[in-house]
Write a protein that binds this ligand. Structure first.
Ligand SMILES: *[C@@H]1O[C@H](CO)[C@@H](O)[C@H](O)[C@H]1NC(C)=O
Ligand SMILES: *[C@@H]1O[C@H](CO)[C@@H](O)[C@H](O)[C@H]1NC(C)=O
Ligand SMILES: *[C@@H]1O[C@H](CO)[C@@H](O)[C@H](O)[C@H]1NC(C)=O
Length: 262
Protein backbone atom coordinates (compact mmCIF):
# COMPACT_ATOMS: atom_id res chain seq x y z
CA UNK A 1 0.00 0.00 0.00
CA UNK A 2 2.65 2.46 1.09
CA UNK A 3 4.98 1.32 -1.71
CA UNK A 4 2.23 1.86 -4.27
CA UNK A 5 1.57 5.35 -2.94
CA UNK A 6 5.24 6.28 -3.14
CA UNK A 7 5.44 4.78 -6.60
CA UNK A 8 2.53 6.95 -7.59
CA UNK A 9 4.16 10.07 -6.11
CA UNK A 10 7.42 9.57 -8.00
CA UNK A 11 5.77 8.55 -11.24
CA UNK A 12 3.39 11.48 -11.13
CA UNK A 13 6.27 13.85 -10.33
CA UNK A 14 8.06 12.46 -13.32
CA UNK A 15 5.09 12.54 -15.74
CA UNK A 16 6.53 13.81 -19.00
CA UNK A 17 9.94 14.48 -17.49
CA UNK A 18 13.26 13.22 -18.74
CA UNK A 19 15.03 10.97 -16.26
CA UNK A 20 18.79 10.67 -16.00
CA UNK A 21 19.85 7.10 -16.74
CA UNK A 22 22.18 5.75 -14.04
CA UNK A 23 24.36 2.78 -14.96
CA UNK A 24 24.71 0.11 -12.26
CA UNK A 25 28.22 -0.53 -10.88
CA UNK A 26 28.07 -4.16 -12.08
CA UNK A 27 25.73 -5.52 -14.73
CA UNK A 28 24.86 -8.32 -14.95
CA UNK A 29 25.25 -9.37 -11.32
CA UNK A 30 25.93 -13.11 -11.15
CA UNK A 31 25.05 -15.19 -8.12
CA UNK A 32 24.86 -18.75 -6.84
CA UNK A 33 21.64 -19.96 -5.23
CA UNK A 34 21.78 -19.05 -1.52
CA UNK A 35 24.32 -16.24 -1.86
CA UNK A 36 23.89 -12.53 -1.09
CA UNK A 37 24.23 -10.01 -3.89
CA UNK A 38 24.59 -6.25 -4.13
CA UNK A 39 22.67 -4.39 -6.81
CA UNK A 40 24.87 -1.32 -6.68
CA UNK A 41 24.28 2.12 -8.12
CA UNK A 42 26.12 5.40 -7.67
CA UNK A 43 23.70 8.26 -8.37
CA UNK A 44 25.41 11.50 -9.45
CA UNK A 45 23.82 13.54 -6.64
CA UNK A 46 22.25 13.37 -3.18
CA UNK A 47 19.58 10.70 -3.10
CA UNK A 48 16.14 11.85 -1.93
CA UNK A 49 13.96 8.89 -2.94
CA UNK A 50 14.28 5.54 -4.67
CA UNK A 51 12.04 2.65 -5.71
CA UNK A 52 13.21 -0.77 -6.81
CA UNK A 53 10.92 -3.14 -8.65
CA UNK A 54 11.28 -6.52 -10.30
CA UNK A 55 10.56 -6.32 -14.02
CA UNK A 56 8.69 -6.92 -16.23
CA UNK A 57 5.68 -7.37 -13.92
CA UNK A 58 6.81 -4.32 -11.91
CA UNK A 59 6.64 -6.18 -8.59
CA UNK A 60 7.68 -3.75 -5.80
CA UNK A 61 10.85 -4.71 -3.92
CA UNK A 62 11.70 -1.73 -1.74
CA UNK A 63 10.97 1.98 -1.73
CA UNK A 64 12.23 4.94 0.25
CA UNK A 65 11.29 8.62 0.38
CA UNK A 66 13.33 9.87 3.30
CA UNK A 67 11.67 7.84 6.09
CA UNK A 68 12.19 4.17 6.84
CA UNK A 69 12.51 2.09 3.67
CA UNK A 70 9.36 0.13 2.91
CA UNK A 71 10.21 -3.47 2.03
CA UNK A 72 7.61 -5.30 -0.02
CA UNK A 73 6.15 -8.63 1.15
CA UNK A 74 8.29 -11.45 -0.23
CA UNK A 75 11.46 -9.44 0.40
CA UNK A 76 11.08 -8.80 4.14
CA UNK A 77 14.21 -9.94 6.05
CA UNK A 78 16.21 -10.47 2.89
CA UNK A 79 16.49 -6.99 1.39
CA UNK A 80 18.48 -4.05 2.75
CA UNK A 81 18.47 -0.68 1.06
CA UNK A 82 21.44 1.63 1.38
CA UNK A 83 19.68 4.99 1.54
CA UNK A 84 22.90 6.89 0.83
CA UNK A 85 23.53 5.25 -2.55
CA UNK A 86 20.21 3.58 -3.36
CA UNK A 87 21.98 0.20 -3.66
CA UNK A 88 20.15 -2.94 -2.63
CA UNK A 89 21.45 -6.06 -0.92
CA UNK A 90 19.45 -9.19 -1.70
CA UNK A 91 20.11 -12.21 0.50
CA UNK A 92 19.31 -15.94 0.15
CA UNK A 93 19.06 -15.61 -3.61
CA UNK A 94 16.89 -18.24 -5.31
CA UNK A 95 16.47 -19.18 -8.98
CA UNK A 96 13.19 -17.25 -9.10
CA UNK A 97 15.06 -14.03 -8.19
CA UNK A 98 16.81 -14.06 -11.58
CA UNK A 99 15.65 -11.26 -13.85
CA UNK A 100 15.75 -7.53 -14.33
CA UNK A 101 15.56 -5.11 -11.41
CA UNK A 102 14.54 -1.56 -12.28
CA UNK A 103 15.03 1.49 -10.12
CA UNK A 104 13.81 5.04 -10.27
CA UNK A 105 14.40 7.87 -7.89
CA UNK A 106 14.97 11.49 -7.15
CA UNK A 107 18.31 13.14 -6.53
CA UNK A 108 19.41 16.63 -5.72
CA UNK A 109 22.00 17.79 -8.23
CA UNK A 110 23.43 21.33 -8.07
CA UNK A 111 20.36 22.54 -6.21
CA UNK A 112 17.89 20.96 -8.65
CA UNK A 113 15.73 17.86 -8.26
CA UNK A 114 16.49 15.34 -11.01
CA UNK A 115 14.81 12.04 -11.77
CA UNK A 116 16.99 9.00 -12.22
CA UNK A 117 16.27 5.53 -13.49
CA UNK A 118 18.07 2.42 -14.62
CA UNK A 119 18.13 -1.34 -14.40
CA UNK A 120 20.31 -4.27 -13.36
CA UNK A 121 20.10 -7.87 -14.50
CA UNK A 122 20.56 -10.61 -11.92
CA UNK A 123 21.68 -14.03 -13.14
CA UNK A 124 21.35 -16.92 -10.70
CA UNK A 125 22.99 -20.32 -11.05
CA UNK A 126 22.84 -23.48 -9.05
CA UNK A 127 26.25 -24.57 -7.83
CA UNK A 128 27.26 -27.96 -9.27
CA UNK A 129 28.94 -29.87 -6.43
CA UNK A 130 29.63 -33.25 -8.03
CA UNK A 131 31.89 -32.74 -11.02
CA UNK A 132 34.78 -34.99 -11.90
CA UNK A 133 37.05 -35.76 -14.82
CA UNK A 134 37.17 -39.42 -15.83
CA UNK A 135 40.19 -40.57 -17.83
CA UNK A 136 39.94 -43.47 -20.26
CA UNK A 137 41.89 -45.71 -20.10
CA UNK A 138 42.12 -45.26 -16.32
CA UNK A 139 45.92 -45.62 -16.48
CA UNK A 140 47.52 -43.04 -18.76
CA UNK A 141 49.97 -44.62 -21.23
CA UNK A 142 52.60 -42.57 -23.07
CA UNK A 143 51.95 -42.16 -26.83
CA UNK A 144 48.41 -43.55 -26.50
CA UNK A 145 45.12 -41.76 -26.96
CA UNK A 146 43.68 -40.49 -23.69
CA UNK A 147 40.01 -39.60 -23.46
CA UNK A 148 38.84 -37.33 -20.65
CA UNK A 149 35.15 -37.07 -19.80
CA UNK A 150 33.65 -34.32 -17.66
CA UNK A 151 31.03 -36.03 -15.53
CA UNK A 152 28.31 -34.28 -13.60
CA UNK A 153 26.70 -36.59 -11.05
CA UNK A 154 23.08 -36.09 -10.13
CA UNK A 155 20.13 -34.80 -12.07
CA UNK A 156 21.28 -31.25 -12.82
CA UNK A 157 21.14 -30.05 -16.39
CA UNK A 158 24.49 -28.57 -17.39
CA UNK A 159 24.22 -26.27 -20.42
CA UNK A 160 27.96 -25.88 -21.01
CA UNK A 161 31.36 -27.15 -19.93
CA UNK A 162 34.67 -25.30 -20.06
CA UNK A 163 37.96 -27.21 -20.10
CA UNK A 164 41.07 -25.62 -18.61
CA UNK A 165 44.57 -27.02 -18.42
CA UNK A 166 47.32 -26.07 -15.96
CA UNK A 167 49.66 -23.87 -17.91
CA UNK A 168 52.20 -21.12 -17.67
CA UNK A 169 53.29 -18.69 -16.51
CA UNK A 170 54.08 -17.32 -19.95
CA UNK A 171 54.51 -13.88 -21.47
CA UNK A 172 55.59 -12.29 -18.21
CA UNK A 173 55.94 -8.54 -18.55
CA UNK A 174 56.45 -5.50 -16.36
CA UNK A 175 54.57 -2.32 -17.21
CA UNK A 176 55.70 0.96 -15.72
CA UNK A 177 58.19 3.72 -16.50
CA UNK A 178 61.87 3.10 -17.36
CA UNK A 179 62.78 6.32 -15.61
CA UNK A 180 61.20 8.78 -13.22
CA UNK A 181 61.91 12.15 -11.69
CA UNK A 182 63.27 12.26 -8.15
CA UNK A 183 60.50 12.24 -5.48
CA UNK A 184 57.76 11.19 -7.91
CA UNK A 185 55.62 8.07 -7.29
CA UNK A 186 56.13 4.97 -9.43
CA UNK A 187 54.11 1.79 -9.84
CA UNK A 188 55.33 -1.32 -11.66
CA UNK A 189 52.76 -3.93 -12.60
CA UNK A 190 53.70 -7.48 -13.46
CA UNK A 191 51.39 -9.65 -15.55
CA UNK A 192 51.56 -13.13 -17.02
CA UNK A 193 49.40 -15.75 -18.66
CA UNK A 194 48.89 -18.57 -16.22
CA UNK A 195 46.34 -21.19 -15.23
CA UNK A 196 45.75 -21.21 -12.29
CA UNK A 197 46.68 -17.53 -11.76
CA UNK A 198 50.31 -17.18 -10.70
CA UNK A 199 51.95 -15.49 -7.73
CA UNK A 200 54.42 -12.67 -8.20
CA UNK A 201 57.62 -11.99 -6.30
CA UNK A 202 59.68 -8.83 -6.84
CA UNK A 203 63.44 -8.59 -6.62
CA UNK A 204 65.46 -5.38 -6.62
CA UNK A 205 69.11 -5.92 -7.63
CA UNK A 206 68.70 -9.67 -6.84
CA UNK A 207 67.23 -9.07 -3.36
CA UNK A 208 63.61 -10.13 -2.70
CA UNK A 209 61.59 -7.03 -1.84
CA UNK A 210 57.85 -7.69 -2.27
CA UNK A 211 55.00 -10.04 -3.20
CA UNK A 212 51.99 -9.28 -5.39
CA UNK A 213 51.36 -8.12 -8.95
CA UNK A 214 52.06 -4.46 -8.15
CA UNK A 215 55.21 -2.86 -6.80
CA UNK A 216 54.82 0.73 -5.61
CA UNK A 217 57.43 3.31 -4.76
CA UNK A 218 55.71 6.28 -3.13
CA UNK A 219 58.61 8.68 -3.67
CA UNK A 220 61.53 7.78 -5.91
CA UNK A 221 65.06 8.31 -4.55
CA UNK A 222 68.49 7.70 -6.09
CA UNK A 223 68.72 4.42 -4.16
CA UNK A 224 65.80 3.11 -6.27
CA UNK A 225 67.82 3.00 -9.51
CA UNK A 226 68.77 -0.48 -10.57
CA UNK A 227 67.07 -3.59 -11.95
CA UNK A 228 63.62 -4.82 -10.96
CA UNK A 229 62.81 -8.47 -11.56
CA UNK A 230 59.34 -9.94 -11.34
CA UNK A 231 59.19 -13.73 -10.91
CA UNK A 232 55.82 -15.24 -11.78
CA UNK A 233 55.27 -18.58 -10.06
CA UNK A 234 52.57 -21.14 -10.77
CA UNK A 235 52.67 -23.62 -7.89
CA UNK A 236 50.57 -26.14 -9.85
CA UNK A 237 52.82 -26.36 -12.91
CA UNK A 238 55.83 -25.67 -10.65
CA UNK A 239 57.21 -23.21 -13.16
CA UNK A 240 58.81 -19.80 -12.65
CA UNK A 241 59.18 -17.22 -15.41
CA UNK A 242 60.62 -13.76 -14.95
CA UNK A 243 60.86 -10.33 -16.53
CA UNK A 244 63.36 -7.56 -15.80
CA UNK A 245 63.11 -3.80 -15.96
CA UNK A 246 66.09 -1.45 -15.71
CA UNK A 247 65.02 1.70 -13.93
CA UNK A 248 66.82 5.04 -13.71
CA UNK A 249 66.09 8.16 -11.72
CA UNK A 250 66.45 11.62 -13.19
CA UNK A 251 67.00 14.77 -11.18
CA UNK A 252 65.38 17.21 -13.59
CA UNK A 253 63.33 18.88 -10.92
CA UNK A 254 66.39 19.65 -8.78
CA UNK A 255 68.23 20.90 -11.92
CA UNK A 256 65.38 23.21 -12.73
CA UNK A 257 65.33 24.67 -9.23
CA UNK A 258 69.12 25.17 -9.47
CA UNK A 259 68.81 27.07 -12.73
CA UNK A 260 65.96 29.10 -11.40
CA UNK A 261 68.03 30.43 -8.54
CA UNK A 262 71.13 31.13 -10.67
C1 LIG B 1 71.45 -1.57 -8.01
O1 LIG B 1 72.12 -1.91 -9.20
C2 LIG B 1 72.52 -0.78 -9.98
C3 LIG B 1 73.08 -1.29 -11.29
O2 LIG B 1 73.95 -2.37 -11.09
C4 LIG B 1 73.49 0.07 -9.21
O3 LIG B 1 73.89 1.21 -9.97
C5 LIG B 1 72.80 0.53 -7.92
O4 LIG B 1 73.74 1.27 -7.13
C6 LIG B 1 72.28 -0.66 -7.14
N1 LIG B 1 71.52 -0.14 -6.03
C7 LIG B 1 71.55 -0.64 -4.82
C8 LIG B 1 70.74 0.06 -3.78
O5 LIG B 1 72.21 -1.61 -4.55
C1 LIG C 1 50.20 -18.41 -4.46
O1 LIG C 1 50.67 -18.38 -3.13
C2 LIG C 1 49.76 -18.84 -2.17
C3 LIG C 1 50.35 -18.61 -0.80
O2 LIG C 1 51.74 -18.68 -0.81
C4 LIG C 1 49.47 -20.31 -2.45
O3 LIG C 1 48.52 -20.81 -1.54
C5 LIG C 1 48.91 -20.44 -3.86
O4 LIG C 1 48.74 -21.81 -4.18
C6 LIG C 1 49.86 -19.85 -4.86
N1 LIG C 1 49.26 -19.90 -6.19
C7 LIG C 1 49.92 -20.28 -7.28
C8 LIG C 1 49.15 -20.34 -8.54
O5 LIG C 1 51.10 -20.57 -7.25
C1 LIG D 1 59.79 -20.47 -8.01
O1 LIG D 1 59.48 -19.38 -7.17
C2 LIG D 1 58.99 -19.74 -5.89
C3 LIG D 1 58.55 -18.48 -5.16
O2 LIG D 1 59.44 -17.42 -5.36
C4 LIG D 1 60.07 -20.53 -5.15
O3 LIG D 1 59.58 -20.91 -3.87
C5 LIG D 1 60.44 -21.75 -5.97
O4 LIG D 1 61.49 -22.42 -5.36
C6 LIG D 1 60.84 -21.35 -7.38
N1 LIG D 1 61.00 -22.57 -8.17
C7 LIG D 1 61.98 -22.72 -9.06
C8 LIG D 1 61.98 -24.00 -9.81
O5 LIG D 1 62.82 -21.85 -9.26
Amino acid sequence: MEARLINWIIISLCAGCLALEVKPVTDPVISKVGDSVQLQIKPPGVLAAVIWSFSPANIPVVSWVGFNPSIAPGYVNRVTLNTATGSVELRSVSLSDAGVYAFQGLIELSGNAEHINGKVTLEVYEAIPNVNVKPSPAQTIANQVLKLTCQVLGSQIVPSRLWLKDDGPEQVSITGPDQAVLNSPVTFTCSAQSMPPCNYTWYFNETETAQGSQYKISSVSNADRGSYTCVAWNSVTGRNTSAVKEFTVTGEFIGFVGEYFL
